[in-house]
Design a protein around this ligand. Structure first.
Ligand code: NAI
Length: 483
């Protein structure tokens, strides 16, 4: 089997060479096609950080094994890492965190074993990077959570949890505050949980989850989160097991999957042959499991665990009384340990895997069609306007423009109601939301909203507009705080 390999920037080439050396010594049946991605490709003028040839090769081969890549600062270019994940719809970021002998942590010293998998949604949320300044002082970001996007990653998490015989699958969320976005993610989780009655499924609010993870990480097994929360919680979990140098990452999609270390290019130690290749090696082992090469993955992982147990370490971790070794010597020690079983937590053959067969057939945009078919109506609109008026003055002006049965029902500032009731203690910025609603029994046409827009625009600078929708008898918008 042929896969695409991008060595990356900084320490990338050194750790990639070490890992491929281990794979070759283990006779892993893979052929490597090296592709051009990363900082030097940006520098050559390719604004997305990869050459067209690299893109074609990756799309043809379906698997990319990559080293860390630097995003040039201040050049207005987007991260090639994020571009790759989003372009190829690698919707599930699977990160495994396990206690490793030889890597001391407060938990390993207390005899608490950690074996956690975080599945982070990888495409949506605020990572769309859709941001606007509404006034010179007010920036907003759009946060996309979709039913289809949630379904595909949550289903991946359940499939993986079932295959690995997980004790528990937990959804982390903030649906108590973000009732529509995190609420949708949690709703989909609860729906899919019904299809897996043998798995213990539950949910925990994300702040509580962080507290529980740092006090009793052994109580968790598989955790699924939206993108930003997943990003933060997974670095927290990396800290629990000894740092980013021990955290592998798989970006799984239906057609293309990307395997990479969690850490960056470590420019401070690049070119010195002292970097720790463990994170990239563990990511490579996830890749072998993904490709069904279980026996090779287990053999190499047991050799890695035996090496760590023996106290051999690079400079970034381990017993300081034992001199550290460089990247090449560390990789050679792993090769020398082929066939050995570690004393603690040996990896059993053919178990604990996340083999999801790669489906290379393309179904064109399956998420365009909704599985829901509730009748839709427009019952109002939120107008976001820039003004320095006080709420009462603003309301008096806005009420004069009421049209087509649309009545001003609330004014809020940064989400908190300031009219018809409010508090003098609420601090105001020059950006208000005016909500106009009609009686749901007499829904509106878009033209009614445009009439109101035209009327309001005589008095106000309107920065943006959101329709207030209903599907069936459910309001598809949140209340203002205090409404
Ligand atoms: P970093 O992870 O590169 O470095 C943080 C610290 O950890 C440094 O002290 C470094 O020496 C150490 N470190 C990281 N990996 C190590 C390893 N394998 N062995 C020993 N020590 C290691 O994070 P930083 O400095 O924030 O980012 C540097 C560059 O990497 C930036 O351009 C960033 O955009 C990029 N980056 C790329 C990622 C990717 O390709 N997926 C992920 C994170 C950052």
């Amino acid at each position: 089997m042929k896969i695409a390999v991008a060595k990356g920037d900084g320490i990338g080439p050194e750790i990639m060479e070490a890992v491929i050396g281990v794979f070759n010594a283990a006779k892993v049946p893979l052929e490597y096609q090296f592709v051009d991605m990363g900082k030097w490709v940006f520098d050559k003028g390719f604004s997305n950080g990869m050459t067209p040839e690299a893109k074609d090769t990756i799309e043809q081969l379906g698997i990319l094994f990559k080293g860390p890549m630097e995003t040039p600062k201040g050049k207005g270019v987007k991260s090639v890492n994020v571009t790759a994940r989003k372009t190829w719809n690698t919707y599930a970021n699977d990160r495994k965190f396990q206690t490793l002998s030889g890597v001391d942590t407060v938990f390993s010293k207390a005899g608490i074993n950690i074996d956690l998998t975080i599945v982070r949604e990888n495409i949506e949320d605020t990572y769309g990077g859709i941001e606007h300044m509404l006034t010179q002082d007010v920036a907003i970001a759009r946060r996309f959570i979709t039913r289809g996007g949630s379904e595909q990653v949550i289903r991946y998490a359940f499939e993986m949890a079932q295959k690995k015989g997980a004790r528990r699958i937990t959804c982390g969320h903030k649906a108590n505050i973000m009732k529509l976005t995190d609420g949708l993610f949690l709703e989909v989780f609860n729906e899919i949980a019904k299809e897996y009655p043998n798995l213990k499924a539950d949910d925990v609010i994300v702040d509580d989850l962080c507290m529980k993870l740092v006090s009793r990480p052994d109580l968790f097994d598989v955790i699924i989160l939206t993108n930003l929360q997943g990003d933060i919680v997974s670095d927290l979990c990396a800290g629990l097991v000894g740092g980013l140098g021990f955290a592998p990452s798989s970006n799984i999609g239906d057609h293309i999957s990307i395997f990479e270390a969690v850490h960056g290019t470590a420019p401070d130690i690049a070119g010195k042959n002292i970097a720790n290749p463990t994170s990239l090696l563990l990511s490579g082992l996830n890749m072998l499991r993904h490709l069904g090469m279980m026996e090779k993955a287990v053999m190499i992982e047991n050799a890695l665990l035996s090496t760590l147990e023996s106290g051999i370490h690079t400079g970034d971790f381990g017993d300081k009384s034992i001199p550290s070794v460089n990247t090449t010597v560390f990789a050679q020690a792993i090769i020398d340990n082929f066939g050995k079983q570690p004393t603690h937590h040996p990896k059993p053959s053919l178990q604990d895997f996340d083999f999801i067969p790669t489906n290379r057939a393309i179904t064109k945009n399956p998420m365009l069609l909704s599985s829901k078919n509730e009748p839709h109506k427009i019952v109002g609109a939120d107008f976001f306007i820039e003004t320095t008026l006080q709420p009462n003055e603003l309301a008096a002006l806005a009420i004069k423009q009421e049209k087509n049965q649309l009545k001003l029902v609330t004014i809020s500032n940064r989400g908190t109601q300031v009219w018809p009731t409010g508090s003098v203690f609420t601090n105001l910025v020059n950006q208000y939301r005016l909500r106009f609603e009609t009686d749901p029994a007499s829904p509106l046409a878009q033209a009614d909203i445009i009439d109101l827009y035209a009327a309001l625009s005589k008095d106000f600078k309107i920065s943006s507009l959101e329709l207030l929708n209903m599907w069936g008898d459910k309001k598809a918008y949140s209340l203002a705080q205090g409404q």
